[in-house]
Design a protein around this ligand. Structure first.
Ligand code: GCO
Ligand code: MG
Length: 419
């Protein structure tokens, strides 16, 4: 089973550029598909696959996944960066897909079989006010959701433009004039996605007070701080949210602030989730080994694919950390399928993030997992049970390359903050 070609395919059925890797073999009709989606640098990942991994892997035995993974990891000498990890992930997942197809088994069976029939998921509710968020939560509840993440105004409750910050009551206070001039100066010199961390932090408490007040405690609720607060404000929010019994609070701190996780852990009992930004084992190892988090949120392609993810899941199991793999719109349905196969096979599964799979996505990716009754369901077909229709994919060319704005997150005084 020799590899004959490795190629990248970019497509954007939902307007988000997805990166897929196809690994072809010398066995007629036998190929594999993997997710390499790093949408913020999609074309770089595609080049890494086509210019470097394709020539490296042609002629190799597709059965030796571990050896090929280790070889790809160190082939560039320098390693563990987002672009290279995603390119490796695309190939790695495709090799697991091939192995499952060759064996006539779903990948979860290669991983030891099912621990549960399906994976509980959480949906995304947003809104401009607590009442609007509540209505979206109740809509998902009516659709059978068991868990909903609540955000108000996206991450950081960002404001569209600085002038809105002037609208705050405190803007009328005498010192506001200085504040206004500083804000206007910031806005002109430092354009960006402005938000007010203090207002955001207080608004989240109001949000959960309102939602819990209306729906009680039978639904799991989650929130993503998305590293938008200064450390002590993140700790203050995590403790203030304790009475609202969150399933987890995500990304309270940036990945390089391990020490602050220790302080957070000492002060609050709100379950913590972290990991979507991880690329390097040294980012997750201390958090898991010291049990500073309760859920690992890795974006599987950002760490290099299924091979490292199943090992990370095993490490987490030893420290009673559960999985909650990253599953937003910038993960392809193949990545969602890989998440799901791990969710089904790992004992320490916690919850799965998911998106709504629209008709365009399902047309490009036949065999996309099924979202039903608050759970994600596999189709039990060999491999990941999902395919890619290249003719359909070509109908949705990658999004035009324009500078990313939302990651230019700024505080009212113009300070750039982690997005
Ligand atoms: C999440 C994430 C995403 C990321 C996005 C970055 O919890 O789903 O925070 O929304 O921000 O995937 O491209
Ligand atoms: Mg997140």
């Amino acid at each position: 089973m020799r590899i004959t070609r490795v190629k990248s395919i970019l497509t954007a059925p939902d307007g988000i550029t997805l990166v897929v890797v196809k690994v072809e073999t010398d066995v007629p009709g036998l190929y594999g598909l993997g997710c390499a989606t790093f949408t913020q640098r999609a074309t770089l990942v595609a080049r890494a696959v086509d210019d470097y991994l394709d020539p490296l892997l042609r002629g190799r035995n597709a059965a030796n996944i571990e050896d090929l993974w280790q070889m790809m990891r160190v082939n560039s000498s320098w390693r563990n960066d987002p672009v290279l990890n995603n390119s490796i992930s695309g190939v790695d997942m495709a090799l697991w897909d091939i192995k499952g197809k060759a064996a006539g088994m779903p990948v979860y069976d290669l991983l030891g079989g099912k621990c549960r029939p399906s994976a509980m998921v959480y949906r995304h509710a947003d809104g401009r006010s607590p009442q609007e968020v509540l209505e979206n939560v109740q809509r998902y509840q009516a659709e059978g959701a068991l868990a909903v993440r609540c955000q108000m105004g996206g991450y950081g409750g960002r404001v569209k433009d600085v002038t809105a910050l002037n609208a705050r009551p405190s803007a009328a206070a005498p010192q506001a004039t200085h504040r206004r001039s500083a804000l206007d100066a910031a806005a002109s010199e430092f354009p960006g996605a402005y938000y007010d961390p203090d207002a955001y932090a207080r608004s989240v408490i109001d949000l959960f007070d309102h939602v819990r007040g209306q729906i009680g405690y039978d639904l799991f609720l989650l929130h993503d701080i998305h590293e938008r607060l200064a450390p002590m404000d993140a700790i203050r929010m995590a403790t203030a949210l304790e009475p609202y019994r969150l399933f987890f609070l995500e990304d309270p701190l940036p990945p390089d602030q391990i020490e602050w996780f220790r302080r957070l852990r000492q002060q609050c009992a709100t379950p913590i989730a972290m990991g979507e930004l991880h690329n390097h084992p040294l980012e997750w190892r201390p958090l898991v080994v010291e049990q500073l988090i309760d859920f690992i949120r890795a974006h599987i392609s950002q760490i290099g694919g299924l091979t490292p993810a199943r090992k990370l899941a095993a490490l987490c199991e030893a420290y009673n950390v559960r999985t909650a793999w990253h599953g937003p719109g910038d993960v392809s349905p193949i990545g969602h399928a890989a998440n799901l196969h791990l969710d089904l096979a790992c004992h320490n599964f916690g919850i799965q993030e998911v998106i709504f799979f629209g008709e365009a996505l399902k047309a490009v990716f036949p065999g996309t997992p099924e979202l039903r009754d608050g759970h994600l369901w596999a189709n039990d077909q060999p491999g990941f049970g999902i395919d890619l229709d290249e003719a359909q994919a070509a109908k949705y060319p990658p999004a035009a390359l324009t500078p990313i704005e939302w990651t230019q997150a700024r505080w009212p005084d113009g300070t750039l903050w982690t997005p």
